[in-house]
Design a protein around this ligand. Structure first.
Ligand code: ADP
Ligand code: MG
Length: 230
């Protein structure tokens, strides 16, 4: 589905140029669930923003479904249709109701209600977001991201503001969505979450390397944590 070939991202910072991403190569196939870990400031959000069409690349190639993403028009297409993003602080409008936040992305009342049910937040449609718990807010944000029927979900530290039980439930939910065909790239600081998902890449100072794939993760999880992948 996506392929990055020798992608570099350079930004100007006053007189200096700063290399944020350094020769990134990444292939994600349709249906995969990929995790990216790395220290704060290593370039994770920059990479997700590039994949989501929110930012451009300085050098290299970015391919989505066999199409090279070059111009703003290409990136706009990604943002509009194929790729959705959720973030740590949910990025919802807190004074609006849950359903109105979803409606803002796309007006499709019927599918919105279906999503609220599927995401286990039915009954909260008319509640203002500011009265929802963190876990509920993140589910509303997921509903808002799914209303466009995206094929790729980018999750930038989506459990960063959640307690551990709610985090586990959110990851369970992402697993379910992935099983239903959604391709997911998740950035996390949490090693346990990364190990549970597998398919781990690590970014260190803008350079990326593969840490593990799914097969070895299953054995790590079953031997160390006693949790089995569903
Ligand atoms: N537009 C920009 N101008 C200058 N520096 C930037 C810009 N965007 C990101 N950076 C810097 O690039 C580095 C990587 O940022 P980011 O991708 O947000 O990292 P992460 O998400 O891994 O914490 C950080 O040092 C950040 O300050
Ligand atoms: Mg970040």
């Amino acid at each position: 589905m996506i392929e990055l070939k020798s992608v570099n991202k350079v930004v100007k910072n006053g007189k200096n140029t700063l290399k944020i991403l350094d020769d990134i190569n990444l292939k994600v196939r349709e249906g995969e669930f990929v995790t990216i870990v790395g220290a704060s400031g290593s370039g994770k959000s920059t990479l997700l923003n590039i994949i989501g069409g929110l930012d451009d690349i300085s050098q290299g190639e970015y391919w989505f479904d066999g199409k090279k993403i070059i111009k703003e028009k290409d990136r706009m297409m990604l943002r509009r249709k194929d790729v959705a993003m959720i973030v740590q602080n949910f990025a919802l409008i807190s004074t609006l109701s849950a359903i109105d936040n979803v409606n803002m992305a796309k007006k499709d009342e019927r599918y919105a209600l279906e999503l609220f049910e599927k995401l286990n937040i039915d009954g909260l449609e008319d509640k203002k977001v500011k009265y929802l718990s963190g876990g509920e807010k993140q589910r509303v944000a997921i509903a808002r991201s799914l209303i466009k029927h995206p094929r790729l979900l980018l999750a930038d530290e989506p459990t960063g503001a959640l307690d551990s039980k709610t985090s586990t439930q959110l990851i369970d939910l992402l697993f379910t969505l992935n099983k239903q065909g959604l391709t997911i790239i998740l950035v996390t600081h949490n090693k346990e979450i990364a190990q549970r998902i597998g398919n781990i890449y690590e970014i260190i100072d803008g350079k990326m390397k593969k840490v593990s794939d799914n097969d070895c993760t299953v054995s790590i999880i079953s031997s160390n944590l006693g949790i089995f992948k569903v």
